[in-house]
Design a protein around this ligand. Structure first.
Ligand code: SAH
Ligand code: SF4
Ligand code: F3S
Length: 442
């Protein structure tokens, strides 16, 4: 069959779609780039905010027309929204053939067959442990490859649907991860991105309490990966602040290939809101950990996630968030307007902050961020940076882009030696509010 896969949501979902594509290819299916040419459509969905669900439902609803023109077309919904809504999706969308939960993704080829040959309509949402090992294939790894080292989440932040739709946190074995990494590096991957909802809790058996200062299976894994010949860079996302103990910080500071950028979700700068969110840190403990990390790794950059308009968030709470964000001087921030998720704890709290106020707070943080980013980029002028070359700039075909280990993108004019996935030295010669331009100097 010709299969079209559309992905919503986070990097974990992108990774899952890639693994599903690889399973389909192994069974002789072909992955295609448009809905029109496909015999089957798979929507790999997200539930994290209401808007994410609405978008996917809108799109799937619209496919009814295509199915009317192509009666044999199979339509499946997979991933987090599939897990959350299960059978209800079949009722809501009569042209839908099947629903595949997050613990069943590895069975996609079999479900496609069932839907196509037996004309069955069904929802498979029982979690299976096989998903952990069944999703290690790669369809489109290039110089960049991704490995899901954990699945699920046990943290239960009060606003978050992920623990309900992704299930309990489980870690892959170190042997499994290393074998997958080796396979990727052998096939030309130069940069590895390790994925997990609570990635630094890797190997702790799902216990969310921060381990002793000398214990970090995640650090041990990073050290093993650091030794892989041919691999140039290692990134990871998203870690939770409490797992950066002495052991992990030592590794981050000494490992050669681990990039000096940490995506460290803050969510809020107010202790009252952090407690209501069930985040196990305070403003001060977060800032202290960031300072300890910066001491150990002087060129470290941070990026973050923040939620505005959580239930009960006052002007003062918001001011505190703004203050911590300015103090942290993040190189990148993702700001989300709070969206109540049925089933998550905070959905029982009244959604007190009006939409206009959420939007206003969102805009204020974005404006702050724009000012800081412009300053940060301007300060890089004249510096020579090592970048991993990514390829032709999507906006200007005469320029290429590369990224520093600290996760800053630089545009430059290529020379004939330029290849994606190689390390090059670039001198920054120009900056504008959102990007840097440099010249190759090696
Ligand atoms: N596991 C990751 C987060 C995954 S969800 C972590 O803990 O870092 C990505 C981001 O979506 C979260 O960091 C949070 O900022 C945001 N988010 C999650 N639930 C949300 C909700 N109900 N409303 C608005 N934003 C939400
Ligand atoms: Fe959601 Fe919190 Fe788990 Fe991240 S750590 S996925 S925000 S519950
Ligand atoms: Fe990711 Fe959305 Fe699921 S953020 S884990 S795809 S709910």
């Amino acid at each position: 069959m010709k299969v079209y896969i559309k992905t919503y949501g986070c990097q974990m979902n992108e990774r899952d779609s890639d693994a599903m594509a690889s399973l389909l290819r192994a069974e002789g299916h072909e992955i295609v780039g448009t809905e029109e040419e496909a015999d089957a459509l798979i929507f790999n969905t997200c539930s994290v905010r209401e808007a994410a669900e609405r978008k996917a439902k809108g799109k799937i609803g619209y496919m009814k027309k295509l199915k009317a023109r192509k009666p044999g077309l199979v339509i499946g919904v997979a991933g987090c929204m599939a897990q959350r809504l299960g059978d209800k999706l079949l009722e809501e969308l009569p042209h839908l053939d099947f629903v595949l939960g997050t613990g069943q993704l590895h069975t996609l080829p079999e479900q496609l067959r069932k839907a196509k040959e037996k004309h069955l309509r069904f929802a498979e949402t029982e979690p299976s442990p096989d998903v952990l090992t069944g999703m290690s294939g790669h369809y489109a790894a290039t110089w960049h490859g991704e490995i899901a080292i954990t699945r699920g989440c046990n943290r239960f932040c009060s606003y978050c649907i992920v623990p309900y739709v992704r299930g309990r946190e489980i870690s892959r074995t170190r042997e499994d991860v290393l074998a997958e990494a080796k396979m990727l590096v052998d096939s030309g991957v130069k940069e590895l991105l390790l994925l997990g909802q609570n990635v630094a809790a890797y190997g702790l058996g799902g216990d969310i309490r921060p381990p002793a200062d000398d214990c970090s299976p995640f650090a041990e894994l990073l050290e093993e990966l650091d030794k892989l010949p041919g691999l140039l860079r290692i990134r990871y996302t998203s870690p939770y602040v409490s797992y950066f103990n002495k052991r992990l910080i030592r590794t981050l500071a000494t490992a050669e290939k681990v990039c000096h950028n940490i995506h460290l979700p803050l969510q809020s700068g107010s202790d009252r809101i952090l407690a209501a969110m069930n985040r196990q840190y305070t403003r001060d403990s977060y800032l202290a950990k960031a300072a300890e990390l910066r001491d150990a790794i002087p060129d470290l950059t941070f990026s973050t996630d923040v939620i505005v308009g959580f239930p009960g968030e006052t002007e003062e709470d918001f001011r505190l968030t703004r203050e911590v964000m300015n103090e942290m001087d993040y190189s990148q921030s993702f700001i989300f307007k709070y969206s109540p998720r049925p089933g998550a704890k905070s959905a029982q709290m009244p959604d007190t902050v009006p939409e206009e106020v959420k939007e206003e707070r969102n805009q204020i943080l974005l404006a702050d961020l724009a000012v800081r980013v412009e300053k940060r980029l301007a300060a890089m002028k004249g510096r020579t940076e090592e970048v991993l070359v990514e390829g032709v700039s999507p906006r200007n075909p005469r320029r290429w882009t590369g990224r520093t280990g600290t996760n800053i993108m630089i545009h430059f004019e290529p020379d004939e030696k330029c290849r994606p996935g190689t390390l090059r030295k670039v001198e920054v010669i120009q900056s504008n509010p959102v990007s840097l331009f440099g010249k190759l100097v090696d």
